[in-house]
Design a protein around this ligand. Structure first.
Ligand code: MSP
Length: 633
């Protein structure tokens, strides 16, 4: 039996309309699902909405509606967008549906009965945008360690899931299953998080503070914490505790696709919840990076949120799908700009692919009576084109398995360029003037055959355009199957070609002056004069000794030598470097920073480090030997 493919997206909060970030994860899932359907794998693609919790409650309050009304209106915006973008999800789950709430309650009751959940006092901090609890020690400069926004202090009686006891098990599980968290560096991020100790998880909210949620089955004064409710969607939708056969057919999920912002909930909360329930782990949690605009995070206040509806309206759904898939290296952040969109569109779609199709079709129409000609004996040029096309097919298959769609699409773009080069070498427009129709037939057949395979490889990414292309080629089967994409010569000679349409008319950057202007302003805002930069005195410094600052688990006290002078500086690097690792290093220090007292310890200067979120920090060091006290400029 074929292995089933079950792919999920995060379920999106219904506090606001969808943006390009939401569209991306869902499109990625769609492309993967469509690809696996072509492979003939039984496929289930699940998406949905996360409708409970404080975020949604607050959005409802702002809009002056009930949270259910807020959910009911916003969910439509997601559903309409998925329809517009050609998303082929098999199911759409809303956490306010009884089929979901029932399962959450049964899980809670079972865990409570087995003492996996207990009642206790909670004293800690809460971040509303992230819907996450944090202990004081986890905060970053008194703000949320995930998003940097303000946190609220909370003291109340609550219910807790005994998550902490699974720490060792989870570390081992992750280490023994390298594909469980992907890409690899995200696995290390989770392991880093776990190494700092795992607390129990507060899974309730008193209704006095927040009534919008699933009621705890064992205490009607409380509702369920939104993440404990939301994560369950991945199994409630496929019949957990309701339809055993269905559940067994699909679980474990092949991929939970997520953005990097929700790594901890998916690779710490969710696996420990499943472990406590006695349910197998999903195969892979795959975290992709962020879409940035002008290299910064999209935010309403910056007014740079990209609206996927608008993009699809302006440039076409499939071009939008293609751009998002081709532009992002899975796992890394990517930058969205309309300029690069238009450049990619005009180069790959309008010029390369569009031209190839129109060149071939025009000649078939005018010289072959609108029918695919029969090929003659292939020469080295034909063999080269065949090999390049089939190589792209193999590369695409590998790229899908490796989650490198950008690489697969680049290979296909390479094959298209190869086909254009082939036409330039073989000059069919000249061959058309010869009496012998043989060579022309061979060339047009080969180019059309290459287009057939390319259309299939691009089908999951651009289903509507590739269906049109296949109709133009006269293919009776507009939906490709995988076997057909690995074989050369499947296009039957004599096939009547369809009507020629301009698949990808060239586009111009719309609203150019306006875009330019809005781009310039933020750029200028962040710009400093060279003279301002020169005010900073950066120097190389040698670390003589280091020790921990008592009572502050993030801080190290360093004694550094800077050109003969010894200084003390305090740095928040203790979670990443031990005192022993620091001694003897040459680092870079801002020496003319106003002295400060950090946790009561004097600090004369600041060291430089690259910081990526809470879990990644690397010192800026010097490449080779140079005396301490040397200016860094
Ligand atoms: N409701 C939770 C998820 C629960 S899953 C059991 C949530 N929802 S969300 O509406 O905030 O959507 C988060 C997801 O949207 C991210 O994980 C990511 O998939 C996508 N994106 C949101 N903004 C993004 C970017 N700027 N770039 C790429 N994707 C991002 O968190």
């Amino acid at each position: 039996m074929k292995k089933s493919f079950y792919v999920t997206t995060p379920i999106y909060y219904v506090n606001d309309k969808p943006h390009i970030g939401h569209a991306y994860t869902t499109l990625l899932a769609d492309v993967l699902a469509r690809y696996h359907r072509l492979l003939g794998d039984p496929t289930l693609f699940l998406t949905g909405t996360d409708e409970h919790g404080q975020k949604v409650q607050r959005a409802a309050d702002r809009a002056g509606v009930t949270p259910q009304e807020q959910a009911d209106t916003t969910v439509v915006r997601f559903q309409e967008l998925w329809k517009k973008l050609g998303i082929t999800h098999d199911d759409f789950i809303r956490t306010t549906e009884p089929r979901h709430a029932r399962v959450v309650q049964r899980i809670l009751q079972d865990l409570y009965d087995r003492d996996e959940i207990y009642r206790s006092e909670y004293d800690g901090w809460y971040c509303v945008p992230c819907e996450r609890f944090f202990m004081e020690k986890d905060l970053r400069e008194n703000t949320c360690p995930e998003c940097g926004r303000a946190v609220e202090h909370i003291t109340e009686s609550n219910y807790f899931f005994r998550m902490g006891k699974y720490q060792d098990w989870l570390v081992r599980y992750i280490q023994e299953h390298p594909t469980f968290i992907q890409p690899d560096f995200r696995r290390n991020e989770t392991l880093g998080f776990l190494r700092r100790g795992l607390n129990d998880l507060c899974i309730s909210r008193p209704k006095t503070r927040l009534a919008w949620g699933i009621e705890l089955p064992f205490d009607s004064d409380y509702v369920t914490y939104v993440w404990f409710d939301a994560l369950v969607n991945y199994i409630s939708a496929i019949g957990y505790l309701a339809d055993d056969a269905r559940f067994r057919q699909w679980w474990p999920a092949t991929y939970h696709l997520i953005g990097k912002d929700i790594l901890t909930t998916h690779t710490v909360y969710w696996p420990t919840m499943l472990k406590a329930m006695g349910v197998a782990m999903p195969e892979t949690v795959f975290a992709h990076g962020w879409w940035l605009v002008e290299e910064s995070k999209m935010s309403k206040s910056l007014g740079n949120v990209v609206n996927p509806m608008e993009m699809a309206d302006r440039y076409g759904v499939d071009a939008f799908r293609y751009f998002l898939m081709a532009e992002m290296t899975l796992g890394q952040d990517a930058n969205f700009s309309e300029e690069s969109f238009v450049r990619r569109y005009n180069t790959y779609l309008a010029n390369d692919l569009g031209n190839l199709l129109s060149r071939v079709m025009k000649l078939v129409a005018s010289h072959c009576g609108g029918r695919v000609p029969a090929p003659g004996q292939p020469g080295p040029d034909e063999e080269h084109l065949r090999d390049a096309t089939l190589a792209a097919s193999a590369a695409m298959e590998k790229a899908v398995n490796d989650m490198r769609l950008d690489v697969g699409l680049a290979e296909v773009a390479g094959a298209v360029r190869e086909a254009n080069r082939y036409l330039e070498r073989r000059q069919p427009w000249t061959l058309a003037k010869q009496a012998d129709a043989g060579p022309l037939g061979t060339v047009l057949y080969s180019a059309a055959e290459s287009l057939r395979i390319v259309s299939g490889l691009l089908y999951p990414t651009m289903p509507a355009k590739m269906t049109a292309l296949r109709q133009t080629l006269g293919l009776s089967q507009t939906k490709p199957d995988m076997a057909e994409l690995k074989a050369w010569g499947k296009l039957p000679p004599g096939t009547a070609v369809g009507e020629m349409t301009a698949l990808f008319p060239r586009v111009k950057l719309e609203r150019e002056p306006e875009t330019k202007q809005t781009r310039k302003e933020p750029e200028m805002e962040g710009v400093v004069e060279f003279s301002d930069f020169k005010k900073l005195d950066l120097r190389t410094a040698r670390v003589l000794a280091a020790d921990k600052v008592e009572g502050a688990d993030k801080l190290l006290r360093l004694q550094v030598e800077i050109g003969g002078e010894t200084r003390q500086i305090v740095a928040g690097i203790a979670r990443h470097y031990s005192p022993e690792q620091m001694a003897g290093r040459t680092i870079v220090v801002v020496v003319n920073l106003k002295p400060a007292k950090i946790r009561g310890v004097e600090s004369n200067g600041m060291l430089l480090a690259a910081v990526a979120g809470e879990d990644m920090l690397r010192l800026v060091t010097i490449d080779g030997d140079i005396p301490s006290g040397t200016r860094v400029q």
